[in-house]
Write a protein that binds this ligand. Structure first.
Ligand code: PEP
Ligand code: MN
Length: 345
């Protein structure tokens, strides 16, 4: 299993027996942490909302008797304090809470006030909408409160403008390039993937997990249930205990280093191509500057919305025709346009 950080367990803690059975299997499969949701953020008020604080002693038993750390989702300062009272120190902030800076700040304040920040491992899921700043902001609030062990969890984004054909069969859109920009911005925060909430489909969990580790993600949070069909929440996406073992055995963990000559040659090729692109960008900027002179003489404004909209639309169409991520291409177009505008000003 390499050095992947694996968290597994049911979406929700349903009964003491279900928790203990599942935790034993998760531990035996070699996972690092057992997960089980106690307070469930549900869209509909008639859905199962979790057993709440009643399940805390169950998680304590998991830690004491089975010998694996237990993690649960917290959404309020009160949840954090209750968990600490029961020595549950592995906690995650769910997608719906990350989006709310007030809630995150209250949790961060409670962590600081507890005086136990060094014991905590806080995990932060990305918000539902593709707002990387809110995700980073939540992580920074915890850092400012003195929490040292922080992990980011990628669980996909709903409500995106660019669901591609491959992602629309899934519950959420991975927007891999956006997630990789989190890694660039916060290189010291481990990034793990939650293939269960991302796909919403137990049949796609293995494939998605492999994609995530191929991209360099450092771990996985997987929903697993002794009897997924009867799960009280997220029944469609939970795998069973046998499937967890199969998944962990079949996962191929890539090496981070190789001396392969072909790789080095291709990297030189990439450097050469980037150099060509760079020269083209300079050429584009010179042309933009000439356009700027003409606009100035004609008394036209530098920024013209119509022109930008047409330009963006054609580039997004090229992106679509070539199966490229629209969001990433849009960022390239925006950056090129900003450089050109700066030149013209
Ligand atoms: C969960 O982990 O059970 C959960 C509710 O996840 P998310 O916040 O990603 O929807
Ligand atoms: Mn779930």
């Amino acid at each position: 299993m390499g050095k992947m950080y694996i968290i597994a367990g049911p979406c929700s803690a349903e009964s003491e027996q279900q928790v203990l059975t599942c935790a034993q299997a998760v531990k035996d499969a070699g996972c690092d942490v057992f997960r089980a949701g106690l307070w469930k953020p549900r869209t509909s008020p008639s859905s199962f909302a979790g057993v709440g604080a009643e399940g805390l002693p169950w998680l304590e038993r998991v830690q004491k008797e089975i010998g694996i750390n237990a993690a649960t989702e917290i959404a309020t300062a009160e949840h954090l304090n209750l968990c600490l009272e029961h020595n549950i120190t592995h906690l995650w902030i769910g997608a719906r809470t990350t989006a709310n800076p007030f809630m995150v700040q209250q949790i961060a304040d409670a962590a600081e006030q507890s005086g136990r920040t060094t014991e905590l491992t806080m995990m932060v899921k990305n918000p539902m909408h593709p707002d990387i700043e809110a995700w980073i902001g939540a992580i920074q609030r915890l850092q400012k409160a003195g929490v040292e062990k922080i992990i980011a969890i990628h669980r996909g984004f709903s409500d995106t403008i660019s669901s591609t054909a491959t992602t629309c069969s899934m519950r959420n859109d991975p927007l891999w390039s956006l997630v990789m920009s989190l890694k660039r911005r916060l290189p010291n925060i481990p990034l793990i993937c939650d293939p269960s909430h991302l796909t919403g489909n137990s049949e796609l969990v293995l494939e998605l997990s492999q994609q995530a580790v191929n991209l360099g993600m450092e771990g996985l949070m997987i929903e697993v249930h002794p009897n997924p069909q009867n799960a009280l929440s997220d029944a469609k996406q939970q795998i069973d205990l046998e499937q967890l073992r199969t998944l962990l055995n079949s996962l191929v963990i890539p090496h981070s280093h190789t001396n392969d000559i072909a790789l080095q040659a291709l990297r030189h090729e990439i450097d050469r191509i980037d150099n060509t692109i760079w020269n083209l960008i300079l050429e584009r900027l010179e042309t933009a500057e000439q356009i700027g002179h003409i606009k100035h003489k004609a008394g036209m404004p530098v920024y013209q919305n119509d022109r930008y909209s047409t330009l963006l639309a054609t580039r997004l169409k090229w992106a679509e025709e070539n199966g490229l991520d629209q969001q990433a291409v849009k960022q390239i177009v925006e950056a090129l346009h900003e450089l050109a505008i700066a030149k013209q000003i």
